[in-house]
Design a protein around this ligand. Structure first.
Ligand SMILES: Cc1cc2nc3c(=O)[nH]c(=O)nc-3n(C[C@H](O)[C@H](O)[C@H](O)COP(=O)(O)OP(=O)(O)OC[C@H]3O[C@@H](n4cnc5c(N)ncnc54)[C@H](O)[C@@H]3O)c2cc1C
Length: 459
């Protein structure tokens, strides 16, 4: 519980309407996309300017009150759960797109801008921001930057850090700093910008960002390639790439997920397939046609059963809507779901898929596979029930083994969801002690009172 006098101080800074303390509001801000981690804050504050954020941080730092920045709350690693109570700093009212600079292909935004709103605004100028987390209807720029989010289009375009030229950050002391800038190239001193990108809100509050944009491609084409064996689908990823085609998206859904999606929203996915890969190619129309033909040719050569080419944009949208429904399809079918985020070098995708199959047998569990196969980033999901201890313990063992498998195959334990509350023990296990030390020293230097999102990344 925070002192009444402190609540009044916060109300003086942001106005009464921007401070919530009612019990139902504390419940509403106690969880995020994981739903399995729950802890209530003492107060939720909605700043509307950088100056307000700075004054809140000064006060919080002086009183050593934990501060958890929050955007859309869609992350799936417990990142925006206020694990030690204190303040949830809800950034959603700092939601202005300040400038779109068509000439320089950049945009200046506040952190609470929702990706979908940005996308619609940029379309008017024939531009787009390539990172496309599938939570774009709710995810905000602050959250996207703090998680270094990816998405299907990363195969060709890369992840968020490649599209952030600069940020404005309020440090735990309340000091406002600007990292990076507005240029494509920048080698002035240490690259502090990239320490804050993917810091999961543990170093400071992002209050503004300068984004790098691309012109919208002139044409796109979607293919749904059908397989009898999910591991063969995995092999197709590198066969397509090694033959010189770089699609913007290559997404995998396995038989279980296909059938659950079809139950939710029948669109005619191949229910008897062991898996399908959804490809999208984009660019100038002639190249797009040729690349689509090439993908059909290569995937058939390497074991695909059937290649379906979307007839038009509506047909293509159906496939991508189905893919987006993947998580909902999985989460709707079990009391508890572990949605992994392991990432391996692309050539090892079949090994990872086979390991998941072996573990499903060994532990007698339903382990389903979907994800960004084109990046080697899969989301094997284990269906379990937190109230069934024996089942849950088996699922935990399988989850550990999937992560160990990914590391054994040269990969990492998280490609885009971050460490948050969930992956700390693995991070310790697979990271060199000297590296952990350096990271902890950086945290202690920037946030000596450990008020920024305590409990995340580090215990
Ligand atoms: C259905 C679904 C699909 C998803 N698909 C993808 C996907 O394809 N790719 C992907 O990468 N992720 C995906 N995610 C995960 C999630 O949507 C992303 O991590 C997203 O970037 C989070 O944005 P947010 O605004 O919701 O942030 P939040 O969840 O509110 O916060 C995420 C983290 O950022 C910190 N933070 C938020 N705002 C700020 C700020 N202004 N300053 C400092 N720290 C801040 C928080 O403290 C927290 O640690 C998906 C999630 C769901 C539920």
């Amino acid at each position: 519980m925070l002192k009444e006098s402190l609540i009044s101080e916060f109300q003086k800074i942001v106005g009464k309407d921007n401070v919530l303390t009612a019990p139902e509001a504390m419940k509403a801000y106690s969880y995020d996309g994981t739903t399995s981690w729950i802890h209530e804050p003492d107060v939720v504050i909605f700043p509307t300017t950088t100056d307000e954020v700075s004054r809140i941080m000064k006060l919080a730092n002086a009183e050593k009150i934990p501060v958890t920045p929050r955007g859309g709350g869609t992350n799936v690693s417990g990142g925006s759960v206020p694990w030690h109570g204190g303040i949830v700093l809800a950034m959603t009212r700092m939601n202005k797109i300040i400038k779109v600079d068509k000439e320089n292909l950049t945009a200046t935004v506040e952190p609470g801008v929702v990706l979908q709103d940005l996308t619609l605004r940029l379309m008017k100028d024939g531009l787009f921001f390539p990172p496309d987390p599938q939570s774009f209807l709710g995810a905000t720029m602050g959250g996207i930057i703090s998680e270094n989010a990816g998405g299907p289009a990363c195969v060709k375009y890369g992840v968020t850090k490649q599209y952030i030229l600069g940020i404005e950050v309020v440090l735990p002391t309340g000091e406002v700093v600007h990292l990076g800038g507005r240029t494509l190239k920048n080698v002035v001193g240490y690259d502090l910008l990239h320490i804050f990108i993917s810091a999961e809100g543990t170093l400071g509050v992002i209050t503004g960002a300068e984004l790098k944009l691309n012109p919208l491609p002139l044409a796109k084409k979607t293919l749904c390639v059908v397989y009898d064996d999910v591991a063969v689908a995995g092999e197709s990823v590198y066969h397509v790439l090694e033959n010189g085609v770089i699609p913007d998206k290559i997404e995998l859904i396995d038989n279980w997920v296909i059938n659950r999606i079809e139950e939710m929203m029948p669109i005619g996915l191949p229910k008897d397939a062991d898996a399908c890969l959804l490809f999208e190619v984009d660019g100038i129309p002639e190249a797009v046609e040729k690349e689509a033909e090439k993908i059909a040719e290569i995937t058939k050569k390497y074991g695909a059963k059937e290649v379906r080419v979307a007839k038009d944009a509506d047909d293509a949208n159906k496939y991508w809507m189905a893919r987006r429904a993947g998580f909902a399809a999985v989460f709707g079918k079990a009391k508890t779901v572990f949605a992994e985020d392991v990432t391996v070098p692309r050539g090892n995708i079949p090994k990872l898929i086979n390991r998941c199959k072996e573990l499903a047998k060994k532990y007698n569990l339903e382990i389903v596979v979907l994800g960004h196969a084109g990046d080697g980033n899969l989301h094997p999901a284990i269906l379990t029930d937190i109230n069934n201890k024996e089942h849950y313990d088996r699922a935990l063992k399988a989850m550990d083994a999937i992560i160990e498998g990914a590391v054994e195959f040269g990969g990492v334990l998280s490609g885009e969801h971050g460490i948050g509350l969930e992956k700390q023990k693995f991070m310790k296990k697979v990271t060199e002690p000297a590296v952990i030390n350096m990271m902890k020293n950086i945290k202690a230097l920037i946030d000596p009172n450990n008020i920024m999102n305590p409990g995340k990344i580090w215990e």
